[in-house]
Design a protein around this ligand. Structure first.
Ligand code: FAD
Length: 305
């Protein structure tokens, strides 16, 4: 994985989030999306993981197919909640041994059902430490090379957190534990990313903080996002989407709003963009087209060709 270790370059990093499919029909659609996204030569694609590991096998299956059948570098999301330390160590060992070189270390949402086990780890920073521990044990005989470890960041504060300042302390703890980069939760206003970046830098967070953006193409998606992330929907954008004449007008409005947000984040110094695709490539590619994001040249191809 190149995010944290390559020298600074002029090309913003580009990555996409995918989730493991639940049905064979969804799997076919996902693979059409994967092939379309592969053409844009992203730095990595991330694969989500159910809290407590509910979809462990499908997630690992997708990661392995990405490694075996594509040119893409997968970043495996991993949640600590609900599992024992030993279980997580084995899982990290398996991921690294099978070729995964990037892990997004997350706590995951705690189960609502209090009778379910809470697990051995309390916070994501402990999972970062655990991954580094397994990596050290493995590299001695596997020569695995360094694994890039990412973490979550919140520009409008984590729903359980008392304040943004507390979240920055948490991000600092993740950095100290060995995180290489962070990806933000969805946000709606350019000010939110700018504030996060400035506050984090002032507090001593040095790792890249990549803004996570979503193509805002439907009111339903907007509402679902706000539910998932515990943030308020942008009321103006919601009104504009609701009052649009048809789906194609809605899509134009949503894509433009995402492009504006991404432009603002890049102007503020974002090191790249992480696009939450919801396993659909159309709107993500529309965002990219309008952004005109510069990409590194294809090795071996002359620039004038
Ligand atoms: P943490 O960093 O542990 O934070 C959780 C809470 O604990 C926060 O309120 C924080 O302020 C507090 N906290 C942390 N450390 C301390 C400490 N030392 N002392 C006191 N308080 C502390 N969820 C999934 O289930 N699967 C996924 O694949 C997934 N992918 C995600 C990808 C991204 C980019 C993001 C931003 C989120 C993702 N999530 C995913 C959601 C995430 O699991 C939830 O937001 C979860 O509630 C918190 O995870 P975390 O890693 O931020 O936890």
């Amino acid at each position: 994985m190149s995010i944290a270790h390559s020298p600074p370059h002029t090309y913003p990093a580009l990555s996409y989030e995918l989730f493991p499919p639940r049905t064979s029909r969804a799997d076919e659609g996902l693979w059409r999306t994967i092939r379309a996204l592969e053409d844009t030569r992203p730095d990595f694609v991330s694969v989500t993981y159910g809290a407590s590991g509910s979809n462990r096998d499908t997630a690992i299956g997708l990661l392995m197919r990405l490694l075996d059948e594509t040119t893409l570098k997968p970043l495996a999301h991993l949640t600590g909640v609900g599992n024992s330390r030993d279980y997580l160590m084995e899982l990290v060992d398996e991921l690294i041994s099978r070729g995964v070189r990037g892990i997004l270390a997350l706590r995951g949402d705690r189960p609502q059902d209090l009778s379910l086990p809470a697990g051995d780890l309390h916070y994501a920073s402990e999972l970062v430490e655990l991954i580094r521990q397994v990596e050290r044990q493995l590299t001695a005989h596997l020569c695995a090379g360094k694994v890039a470890v990412g973490v979550a960041a919140y520009s409008t504060k984590h729903p359980e957190s008392p304040s943004l300042e507390h979240d920055i302390e948490v991000l600092l703890a993740k950095q100290s534990a060995g995180a290489d980069f962070a990806i933000t939760q969805v946000f709606f206003a350019p000010d939110h990313y700018r504030r996060l970046l400035r506050t984090a830098r002032r507090a001593g967070v040095e790792i890249p903080i990549i803004p996570g953006v979503v193509p805002f193409t439907s009111v339903r998606r907007l509402e679902r996002l706000s539910e998932l992330a515990g943030i308020e929907v942008d009321a103006t954008l919601k009104d504009r989407l609701m009052n649009a004449d048809d789906d194609s007008a809605r899509r134009r409005i949503g894509v433009q709003a995402t492009v504006d947000l991404a432009h603002a984040a890049l102007d503020d110094g974002a090191p790249g963009l992480h696009i939450y695709t919801f396993n659909e490539h159309g709107a993500a590619l529309d965002v990219l087209d309008r952004l005109e994001l510069s990409r590194p040249p294809v090795p071996g191809l002359s620039q004038s060709a």
